[in-house]
Ligand binder design. Structure first.
Ligand code: NAI
Length: 740
């Protein structure tokens, strides 16, 4: 059965998120609630949401609204009915009764519950209805969280589940993982257990919260919020409720019970309003000393707050074996936590799923871990693990593995999907090269470059990999969240701090040279971005020959925010794109003025639909809902372009001084209105210099190299100023722009 029409009941946080994602997939959807005003309000919230739940706001009319008394007949037209009402079983039972009386035969009905088992949800349904019922557990915010757990039990019709899984994967772009009906399903069962282990071990081993977060974070391939930071983010009171539900649902002998016991300090925090970031603070809090804000951390033994101490455990890259073998308290802590997570996760196979590597995927998609428990085990090495572990009674998975000692137990990744993803291909491909910032793979007759730095910030090594990979058709793609947040500013500032501007110039030139090679190499280059694609990241994309973009991208040239100008070809390419328009043919200043506006304000787009009017993406670029499909689409682009020939070099006719004067006039107005300050004026003037062509006149032809040179010169003049360096330092430490 095809899913062409959906009804979502309950228009709160989740219902509205699910409706918006269906709208993103162009599926007609009706959102029902107790009253039409409630679902109408939800629709308004969707429209105003930030980050936006809709890829294209103009499509909001794809969502119809109504109420469950007057409009329930829409259920009879729906192929899929999603229940997302409050987590109350009596209310849910009432709704199901109504739905099953009204729905058309064979339609699928699902609940978005986060904690109630199917057996309980469906206890009043007929056997026939039970076949068509399952749980679809989406995560918040629905557009951006890739994990979707589809929960089934022995009554569910597996054909239906397969159809729904395909639809959710391909049309809704979700990593749709099917699992069994066990408490907390898959992601939360292990994710929350991991948090509890990390927390209880920190108490036990008398680590400070900063120390625990410094280990249970980047060094383990886990987001840097760590465990106590994450607790504050989720809400300490909400976590307490989640734990209560696990304690109630899980058998007494489950190891979860050991780590879920109430901790007196947590009880006290909740009672005194320290519920986390939404409250007065939590394990961390912001305190004021006069005008100064001071981040404080709680002492786990005394409950008092002290200014946080920065902990550097000197672990730049994730190296689990090294980490667990450290002969200090951090090594002991890491081993205690990792070994327990591996033991617990493996004890749940095949109970929650027989495909253990789906658990890893759930941790990646739902908790943003770079590797899940079984990948951790693989990385540590089977024999190393068994040498260190004390016991693993009643754990069939580990008992079997301890007998076979099979270091290759893992097999293929991402078993839940049939799509040939990057994750799957990497294990079959030849790793040609690897440096500190990227890896190059060869698969069949093409190369893949995957950036590997934090937020995939770019440096000399990233460029080196790209340059070395152009000897075959190339796909630039990665598994982590961001395509690239741009040039690594810390790397740049390290040179600037030493006054070593020559090294910066060398890097920028190499960046330009590499991008030029991407554009004009003999073989086609495809960029497959998702997530942040900013500054230098965009310059890599824009100088690739083809683009296959995920619909969740944030794309733009934001250099001016940090007092710089795009210098890797960003100004040049944007000028070229805008100079191809009809308007530009009539007015030579049209394109430069447009680009001046876009780059000057550092405009960003949060979807391909927003990116196209700015020409950050072009109509011919592929736009894809399913992140898993990016590699496949990129490969088909290569297949379709076997007779590729590199583009003809661009050239530019720009007006020079009169145009620059026009731009400076625009800046002066902003300056007089105090929208920009002195340095903003300076940065804007440099941008004006590039986009007007510098010392040129309209009859002269400028080459791409001339434009690169203008970009480089402006960039170097700016990076040497104290004010740009202040902007960069401010952004690096606060994540926000400095206006100076
Ligand atoms: P919410 O409280 O934001 O929204 C619930 C909505 O249901 C409200 O608009 C309410 O008016 C409506 N409602 C209540 N009774 C109704 C009825 N009889 N008929 C129609 N509508 C009715 O709740 P939220 O957060 O959206 O949660 C919905 C479901 O999703 C719950 O089962 C929850 O456990 C689950 N969930 C929540 C997540 C979250 O992060 N908020 C994550 C995953 C699952």
């Amino acid at each position: 059965m095809k899913i062409n029409n959906v009804v979502v009941i309950g228009s709160g946080t989740m219902g509205s998120g699910i409706a918006a994602q269906l709208c993103n997939a162009n599926i007609p959807v009706t959102l029902l609630d107790l009253k039409t005003e409630i679902s109408q309000k939800a629709k308004e919230r969707i429209e105003k949401s930030r980050p936006p739940l809709l890829i294209d706001k103009s499509k909001i009319h794809g969502i119809k609204v109504g109420n469950i008394s007057d409009d329930f007949k829409v259920v009879s037209e729906a192929d899929w009915i999603v229940e997302a009402v409050v987590e109350r079983i009596d209310i849910k039972h009432e709704i199901y009764d109504k739905i099953f009386k009204e729905r058309k035969k064979d339609s699928i009905v699902s609940s978005n519950t986060s904690s109630i088992p199917i057996s309980v949800l469906s206890e009043k349904m007929t056997e026939v209805d039970k076949k068509d019922f399952c749980i679809t557990h989406f995560f918040n915010p629905v557009r951006y969280m890739d994990l979707l757990e589809i929960v089934k039990n022995e009554k569910t019709d597996l054909d239906k589940i397969n159809q729904l899984q395909k639809f959710c994967e391909v049309d809704l772009g979700k990593g749709a993982i099917v699992c069994n009906d066990t408490p907390g399903f898959l992601g939360n069962r292990i994710g929350v257990y991991a948090m509890q282990v990390a927390m209880t071990e920190a108490f036990k081993m008398k680590l400070s919260i900063e120390e625990a977060d410094a280990v249970f974070g980047r060094p383990m391939g886990i987001p840097k919020t760590g465990v106590f930071g994450l607790y504050d983010l989720i809400g300490i009171d909400l976590m307490a409720d989640v734990l209560k539900s696990f304690i109630k649902e899980l058998p007494e002998i489950d190891d979860f019970q050991i780590v879920a016991k109430e901790i007196p300090l947590i009880k006290k925090l909740i009672e005194t309003g320290y519920t986390g970031r939404k409250g007065k603070g939590g394990f961390y809090r912001m305190n004021k000393d006069g005008n100064k804000k001071i981040l404080e951390a709680i002492n786990l033994e005394t409950g008092e707050y002290f200014p946080t101490k920065k902990i550097d455990i000197k672990s730049e890259k994730v190296d689990l074996l090294k980490l667990i073998n450290r002969e200090d308290k951090y090594g002991d802590y890491a081993w205690a936590v990792i070994s327990k997570i591996i033991k617990y996760a493996s004890s749940l196979v095949p109970g929650i799923t027989d495909k253990f590597n789906d658990i890893d995927e759930a941790m990646r998609l739902g908790f943003n871990w770079s590797r899940g428990p079984f990948e951790m085990l693989k990385e540590i090495g089977v024999s190393n693990f068994f040498e260190k572990i004390d016991n693993f009674e009643n754990n069939k998975f580990l008992e079997d593995l301890s007998n076979t000692k099979d270091e290759n137990f893992y097999g293929e990744r991402q078993k839940y999907t049939e799509i040939e993803t990057l994750g799957k291909i990497k294990s079959k491909a030849l790793k040609l090269d690897k440096n500190n910032s990227a890896e190059i793979y060869r698969f069949k007759d093409f190369n893949i470059v995957e950036f590997t730095t934090k937020a995939n910030a770019l440096d000399y090594d990233s460029m080196d990999s790209l340059k070395n990979a152009t000897d075959k058709p190339l796909i630039i793609i990665n598994e982590s969240m961001q395509f690239s947040a741009g040039v690594n500013l810390t790397y740049t500032m390290n040179f600037a701090d030493k006054g070593d501007y020559q090294s910066i110039e060398k890097f920028v030139k190499y960046f330009q040279e590499t991008c030029k090679e991407l554009k004009y190499s003999k073989y086609p280059v495809v960029s497959a971005p998702s997530g942040l694609t900013l500054g230098g990241g965009f310059e890599v994309l824009v100088q690739s020959n083809f683009v296959a973009s995920h619909t969740n991208i944030v794309v733009g040239l934001v250099e001016t925010m940090v007092g710089l100008v795009p210098a890797g070809g960003g100004c040049k390419e944007m000028l070229w794109r805008w100079s191809q328009t009809e308007e530009a043919k009539k007015d030579p200043d049209y394109a430069p003025l447009k680009v001046f506006d876009i780059i000057g304000y550092g405009k960003t787009a949060t979807s391909p639909v927003e990116a196209e009017p700015l020409k950050y993406l072009m109509p011919e670029d592929k736009k894809i809902m399913s992140r898993n499909s990016l590699l496949q689409v990129s490969r088909s682009i290569l297949d379709e372009n076997k007779d590729f020939s590199s583009p003809v070099e661009a050239n530019f006719k720009l007006s020079g001084k009169p145009l620059k004067d026009k731009m400076v006039k625009l800046l002066e107005k902003l300056y007089n209105d105090k929208i920009i300050l002195d340095h903003g004026m300076r940065v804007g003037t440099e941008l004006a210099n590039i986009l007007s062509g510098g010392e040129t006149t309209i009859d002269k032809i400028l080459s791409e190299d001339d434009l690169y040179k203008l970009e480089l010169d402006s960039f170097m003049r700016l990076i040497e100023t104290k004010e740009t360096q202040e902007r960069i330092k401010h952004t690096l430490s606060t994540g926000k722009p400095l206006v100076n």
